[in-house]
Design a protein around this ligand. Structure first.
Ligand code: ZN
Length: 363
């Protein structure tokens, strides 16, 4: 130090060189920091997102977009990493999100949607398991929310099939399913979906069966016939529903739906209607079902809706549901409301008789 600050020719030279070196060093440090800063900040944000980045603080439109995007990935059984990769490839995410922010937000939403959904405090309450590869939960949720709200039923949505377990399902009075039995966890780099995995375990079939047998309602929609298999193979789920998947037509087929029993509470106020939808033609396996609806396309007619009981519980199947417009139609909205109320009756009766708190029910 002493030498550096000595005055003399040599000292001056040393001072000049020293200053130049320090300035160069400072410039280098500054250049390094300018180059390094964005990634440092981005990493910090990804690891510990500031408040305004947490999913709850997002503007509603962005939060719903994120929820639906993650829900769709989850409905196909994809991991958080795959979900981030697939959502990053979408054109529709808000452009102000940097790549690490997007990853952090997807991670946060993924964590939320893989936890058991918050049980609504109000009863009766429904659990709706929705979405699969062919049926984006984004279009299913709003019309179901509308119908359940008008039916006076609080509804929670489930996208992660692993949560179809007793500690979740038994919190509810009504189970609604609009999805099939396939997951597509491993999309390929060429854009294909990879291999399907059938997810419904025997324990989960038992969960659904015991829920309904004990008096829970079951509203099965559209392709819920294919929850266990794509054929008529015997299963406990088939015994609960009473029908199996047997194929469908094009995504947008115009056809006629006939109301065969307009006096039943589920079809009350509904008249024959034309619809543009993917027409399913399920196969009925039981003799105790009351067929309410029949589809007619040219000369072909097929089962399109029915009700039955399983133990103490009520089961209703309605075949429409491949697109948002059909779920929003007057006929479907009315039948969804009617079906929810009809399926819930045994549970409400049980509650009213003191099996649970009647006060709770009115909350
Ligand atoms: Zn469909």
């Amino acid at each position: 130090m002493g030498a550096r600050f000595s005055r003399g020719k040599k000292g001056h030279l040393g001072l000049i060189w020293g200053t130049a070196l320090r300035a160069a060093g400072l410039a280098l440090v500054l250049m390094w920091r300018v180059a390094a800063e964005p990634s440092d900040a981005a990493v910090a944000e990804a690891l510990n997102p500031p408040d305004f980045l947490t999913v709850d603080k997002l503007p509603e439109e962005q939060r719903i977009w994120l929820r639906d995007a993650v829900a769709y990935q989850l409905s196909m059984g994809r991991s958080p990493d795959v979900a981030v990769r697939e959502i990053k490839a979408l054109d529709s995410f808000p452009r102000e999100w940097s790549a690490p922010q997007l990853a952090a937000l997807v991670g946060g939403m993924y964590q939320r949607l893989t936890a058991p959904p918050q049980t609504p405090s109000r009863r009766p309450r429904a659990l709706a398991l929705i979405g699969d590869r062919y049926h984006d939960p984004a279009y299913i949720r709003p019309p179901l929310e509308d119908a359940m709200e008008r039916a006076g039923v609080a509804v929670a949505f489930l996208y992660d099939v692993r949560q179809l377990v007793p500690r979740v399902v038994f919190q509810y009075d009504l189970l609604i399913i609009l999805r099939d039995g396939m997951l597509w966890p491993d999309p390929q780099p060429d854009g294909s979906f990879g291999k399907a995995v059938f997810w419904l375990t025997e324990e989960q079939e038992m969960t659904v069966a015991s829920f309904v047998w004990g008096g829970g309602g079951f509203l099965a929609l559209h392709n819920a016939t294919a929850l266990k298999a794509l054929d008529a193979k015997e299963s406990l789920y088939l015994r609960v529903l009473g029908a199996s998947y047997a194929g469908h037509g094009p995504a947008q087929e115009s056809y006629y739906v006939r109301v065969l029993n307009g006096l039943h509470p589920v079809t009350a106020g509904v008249h024959d209607y034309f619809v543009e939808d993917e027409r399913h033609w399920p196969r009925l396996h039981v003799s105790d079902a009351l067929v309410l609806l029949e589809s007619a396309s040219g000369e072909q007619t097929s089962l399109h809706g029915f009700v039955r009981t399983f133990g103490l519980g009520r089961v209703c199947y309605l075949a429409n549901g491949h697109n948002r417009r059909v779920l929003e139609s007057d006929a479907m909205q009315r039948m969804l409301r009617n079906a929810a109320r009809w399926c819930l009756e045994p549970r409400l009766d049980a509650v009213a008789q003191g099996a649970a708190s009647a006060e709770d029910l009115r909350q």
